[in-house]
Design a protein around this ligand. Structure first.
Ligand code: NIG
Ligand code: FE
Length: 418
């Protein structure tokens, strides 16, 4: 059958209009339609809206019918920040933190990012691919249909390429769509500890141009933080990345204020992420720019740290996105519904703002805003039917709020067992 028709939708959130990231009051307009239907053709939305209106555009006998059984349907989540290629959880780090050590102390004692780098370097491409496969399944089961995923646990050419190849292969196999980001500037590798300038030169002159030349990533990211990369070093990495044609992302003001947000605004980066310690000037600079302010409050929750200034960012007019930051060190959570819950209860985001941030602005943060994250005709048919009758239940129930089914490019790729 050529067409697929989704019927019996109690509430459909369409996220209408606007050809740009949402900011200010626009974050509230989710475009809720009751008793809705969606018509899909060739993996794209053909029509979406009130059932009667959609039914006028087709004849149901010609369609494969999918019944939402009185539940809600939303576009799939676009999780715009993750580090999903790693070899093992960091449970020892977790235990140390429970005993009072900080993330920075644990890193200086041999835990942290570099301990994951050690394990990833010793893992084969096949083993990492198998591990990623397991996470891909969990993302789809939780309603995420597009994922931004970073390298950054290799920190030399061979191992960074290994991670990016694992991501490319997983994207090719589907059904989760993966947008790759090169994060060679995640930390200075241990063997270069006393030669950081040589590593930075290598990033700028060799690795970044090669990543772009071999089409291994769409974005380039840098961890701008004390003990990692300074603002000036981040600027040089941005310049090289821009020259190579990669989009720009930055881990900014995560553990302290280092100037990453201002840098992102100067370069009109695609996103500045974390922003926990962003000050008033940073917030103003982001609000004036097209940079998406990508907040990852699962990491604040897990590290027991104060939350980023979501309200101030939104009220100042910044385009805020929400993402998981799924990784073994700061956020072992793949579930965007948990992030919605944290965003609403801890950062006082409105339900509609949180949903727009997790879907529409997530898509803009990964360069897919024109094609993903809504139900306008021609957009990719990524639909999630949640076990809920009212969309406000999504951040309300927490701990377990199941997905009924997930559809990617018009095909059901996950269905919950009754
Ligand atoms: O986004 N801050 C840098 N990167 C990750 C953490 C990575 C790790 O601890 O393994 C983050 O929090
Ligand atoms: Fe991160």
């Amino acid at each position: 059958m050529e067409q697929t028709l989704v019927l019996n939708i109690a509430q459909l959130l369409t996220f209408p209009g606007l050809d740009a990231p949402r900011r200010g009051r626009d974050l509230n307009s989710v475009g809720m339609i009751q008793d809705a239907a969606v018509l899909i053709e060739k993996g794209l939305i053909a029509a979406a809206g009130p059932r009667d209106v959609v039914l006028k555009t087709t004849s149901p006998e010609k369609c494969r019918i999918i019944d939402a059984q009185g539940r809600i349907v939303l576009p799939g989540f676009v999780d715009s920040h993750s580090h999903p290629v790693f070899a093992a959880p960091r449970i020892l780090d977790f235990e140390s933190r429970l005993q009072g050590k900080t993330y920075a102390e644990i890193a200086s004692l041999g835990g942290g990012i570099l301990s994951t780098v050690d394990l990833v370097r010793r893992s084969s491409e096949e083993a990492l691919a198998a591990s990623l496969k397991r996470w891909v399944k969990k993302f789809l089961e939780s309603g995420t249909t597009t994922l931004e995923a970073k390298s950054g646990y290799g920190l030399d050419w061979e191992n960074e390429r290994k991670i990016l190849r694992v991501l490319a292969q997983a994207d090719k196999e589907g059904p989760l769509e993966i947008v790759s980001t090169f994060l060679g500037a995640h930390a200075v590798p241990p063997e270069m500890k006393d030669r950081r300038e040589v590593y930075i030169q290598r990033l700028i002159e060799e690795m970044i141009p090669r990543v772009a030349g071999e089409n291994l990533a769409r974005f380039s990211d840098v961890f701008c933080e004390g003990g990692y990369f300074s603002k000036e070093e981040s600027r040089r990495i941005f310049e090289a990345s821009k020259k190579a044609g990669l989009g720009l992302k930055i881990h900014a003001e995560q553990l302290s204020q280092n100037g990453g947000a201002a840098l992102a605004a100067d370069f009109e980066a695609s996103s500045a992420d974390h922003l926990d310690f962003a000050d008033e000037a940073d917030i103003r600079a982001l609000a004036r720019s097209n940079v998406v302010a990508c907040l990852v409050p699962g990491s604040n929750y897990f590290l027991s740290k104060p939350y980023p200034p979501a309200r101030k960012l939104i009220d100042s007019g910044a385009a805020v996105a929400l993402a998981t930051d799924f990784n073994p060190g700061t956020c072992p959570c793949w579930d965007m519904r948990m992030i919605l819950s944290i965003a609403c209860t801890q950062m006082k985001m409105k339900i509609e703002e949180a949903l727009s941030a997790a879907i529409v602005n997530g898509a803009w943060a990964v360069g897919l805003g024109k094609t993903h994250g809504g139900f306008q005709a021609g957009k990719v048919a990524d639909l999630v039917c949640h076990e809920a009758e009212d969309y406000r239940e999504l951040p309300y129930y927490f701990g377990f709020s199941p997905v009924f089914w997930t559809m990617k490019k018009g095909e059901v790729v996950f269905r919950r067992m009754p």
